[in-house]
Design a protein around this ligand. Structure first.
Ligand code: ADE
Ligand code: ZN
Length: 331
């Protein structure tokens, strides 16, 4: 089973590039850019990763971003992730990036996206990893700021496949961004939003994603299981749900294996993802291995979870078919 999990071709649809910053890399970048850190060693950094909910994680996540300053820094951030993804037999990725985490520190949008884009080209050429980028808005910032960043990205429109919504969900519902996402759809972007686990009003937030925003995918979305009608609608629309088991364990103390199985049984397209692997210390294969340690998953279920990721990706029909053949023929 472990060999099967390691070897099967994988797609990852929920990974924040800034969440792939490894402690050693934080130190190297801090030294290169003359940024003072509160820690003396990478081990001390890991020891400080004491997350128990979403805000306690986000505080550390945003603080570490200060080491990212030049185009080369963003290139290295993304390229390191692609190298690590290659070890997990990931062949396709739709990674997130958080421009507002950087523009608010005076970094130009162009610096961020050019570095990431160059890494994507090199990953495809050197590692055979295909990728399409998703730009996330920070939901604890204003809708005006989100709109300004949507406009800022338009000169680079061909380098971005979709837009998402992340950061602190409390009191920041999807409908705060209805206009921004409507404009994004008109510009040709695919739409997704975080519906993080066990947040206040989370079932309402998921309904808003369907009814008001008309998302093409849902990030996390575990709490949909509390509402039968919502589950049926998600299954009917064939919406992917990007579940992140180890991340869930940090914020809600559960790998949510029961919920993942329940989604599969209902025909909901659950997928497995790493979210912020540099912080949660688990890349994609580690997430699958954690699942089988806690619960019984058959090879067919693991295959289904991987097939769901390719099916609900934003690849062309021809590319999906190409990858799905590899997944379905893998043994
Ligand atoms: N930004 C980075 N990781 C996140 C997560 N797990 N939830 C919400 N926003 C995030
Ligand atoms: Zn996330």
């Amino acid at each position: 089973m472990e060999d099967f999990i390691r070897g099967i071709p994988k797609a990852e649809l929920h990974v924040h590039l800034e969440g792939t910053l490894e402690p050693e890399h934080i130190f190297a970048l801090a030294e290169r850019n003359n940024v003072a850190l509160a820690y003396k060693t990478p081990a001390q950094v890991i020891a400080a990763y004491d997350f128990h909910d979403l805000p306690s994680f986000l505080t550390i996540y945003y603080a570490a971003m200060s080491v990212l300053q030049t185009e080369q820094d963003f290139y290295e951030l993304a390229y390191h992730y692609f190298q690590r993804a290659h070890e997990d037999n990931i062949v396709y990725v739709e990674p997130f990036f958080d421009p507002q985490g950087h523009t608010t520190r005076g970094i130009a949008f162009e610096t961020i996206i050019k570095g990431i884009h160059r890494a994507q080209l090199d990953a495809e050429k050197n590692l055979g990893i295909e990728s399409n980028l998703i730009m996330c808005f920070l939901r604890d910032m204003s809708a005006e700021s989100a709109m300004a960043h949507l406009e800022m990205c338009l000169p680079f429109k061909d380098w971005i496949i979709g837009v998402g919504l992340d950061s602190d969900e409390k009191d920041n519902p999807p409908i705060k961004f209805t206009e921004v996402f409507a404009r994004a759809r008109n510009e040709g972007f695919k739409l997704t939003m975080h519906c993080d686990v066990n947040q206040t009003d989370i079932v309402d937030h998921i309904w808003q994603c369907l009814d008001d925003i008309q998302v093409d995918r849902i990030d996390h979305g575990i709490n949909a299981l509390e509402d039968e009608r919502l589950c049926a609608e998600i299954a009917k629309r064939g919406l992917g749900l990007t579940v992140c088991p180890v991340s869930n364990r940090f914020v809600v103390q559960s790998l949510t294996t029961k919920e993942i199985k329940s989604m599969l049984q209902r025909g909901m397209k659950a997928t497995i993802n790493s979210d912020d692997p540099g912080y949660f210390r688990a890349y994609l294969t580690d997430n699958f291995l954690a699942l089988i340690e806690e619960a019984e998953f058959s090879q067919d279920e693991i295959r289904q979870l991987n097939a769901n990721a390719f099916e609900t990706s934003w690849l062309s029909a021809a590319r999906k078919k190409h990858y799905l053949e590899q997944v379905n023929n893998f043994s």
